[in-house]
Design a protein around this ligand. Structure first.
Ligand code: NDP
Length: 285
């Protein structure tokens, strides 16, 4: 049955495909293969799926890829030893450790053992710091993907009100900084925000990353707003976003679906980052 959708769909699947095609063409022109190493610690099934996707994406664009799977009880020092070897490898230009890592591991210490010049996820302190000071080098993949989805609408970002619901290091904070760097007026909301609906209703661009299925309802959304749904919630065999897509799409101007919105873009930006790391000399990284 056809749903009565009034918002324009921003198709992450399609945009990601065109990014991959562009990367494939660029790789063919190189006399080497950009290389991505992905480390998975433990056997979390969702992580296994994500890592497999990343490996397949590498094959699609002609990258060299290495997947290293470690048992869940691997000591932090062992992970760092491995990263230090990969830091030295001539075949590897990007390194990523799949998150979440087991509880005994300090994620930021592990990520910061990756050379900033090989930080494919853009989540090391150096790359996040560069983002903070407005010198964008390697963007965190999900926020980088969200930016591209928003750019697809051709909206002028300067002066727009952006509301980020969620303030994680992975999504909320960096997307807010990306928007601020483009002169938007940014509000960060989180679990202690007093009247969330009041804040979200003001947003020209609403980015939601909280991990709560269908949490955002039409009465929380400004008419015509750009609504980006980052949430991935597994309900049975389905993936559900943080936005109540069916009802919010009748109010929003643009909306991303789940699946097929932010997820594929996150993977596409990882490829783009790896190519960038393989082909750019970063003097200040
Ligand atoms: P985190 O758990 O790290 O952060 C969640 C954020 O949501 C926190 O800032 C939290 O506030 C806030 N929050 C939780 N409940 C509420 C509430 N009721 N009202 C307002 N804010 C609330 O999650 P992530 O940022 O890592 O991920 C968020 C979602 O995005 C998840 O569903 C995840 O699976 C998905 N995701 C999707 C990706 C993709 O590629 N599509 C990539 C990464 C994540 P506080 O800080 O106060 O606790």
């Amino acid at each position: 049955m056809k749903e009565n959708v009034s918002a324009q769909l921003i198709n992450g699947q399609q945009i990601a495909k065109s990014i991959r095609n562009h990367i494939r063409i660029q790789v063919k022109r190189l006399d080497f293969k950009p290389g991505l190493a992905v480390i998975q610690i433990g056997t979390d099934s969702a992580s296994t799926v994500y890592v497999n996707h990343k490996q397949k994406d590498c094959e699609r664009v002609g990258f060299h890829s290495e997947v290293i799977r470690l048992p869940s009880n691997t000591l932090q020092e062992k992970v760092i030893d491995l990263i230090q070897q990969l830091n030295l490898s001539k075949h590897i230009h990007g390194i990523l450790v799949q998150m979440p890592m087991p509880n005994h591991i300090d994620e930021q210490i592990v990520i910061d053992s990756i050379l900033p010049q090989k930080d494919a996820d853009g989540l090391g302190t150096v790359n996040l710091g560069n983002l903070l000071i407005g010198q964008e080098r390697v963007l965190p993949c999900t926020p980088g993907g969200i930016l591209r989805l928003i750019e697809e609408t051709k909206i002028e970002l300067a002066g727009k009100r952006v509301v980020c619901v969620g303030r994680s290091r992975l999504v909320g904070k960096p997307i807010g900084l990306l928007m601020l760097n483009r002169h938007a007026t940014v509000t960060f909301c989180h679990s202690r925000t007093m009247d969330l609906g009041l804040e979200t209703k003001e947003a020209d661009i609403l980015v939601v990353a909280i991990g709560k299925p269908k949490f955002i309802t039409p009465k929380m959304v400004k008419s015509g707003a750009i609504v980006i749904d980052v949430g991935i919630n597994r309900i049975g065999n389905s993936l559900i976003g943080d936005i109540d897509f069916k009802t919010v799409s009748k109010v929003a101007g643009f909306i991303t679906p789940v699946p097929g919105g932010v997820g594929p873009m996150t993977r596409a930006i990882l490829l783009e980052n790896t190519l960038k790391l393989a082909t750019t000399q970063f003097e200040t990284l």
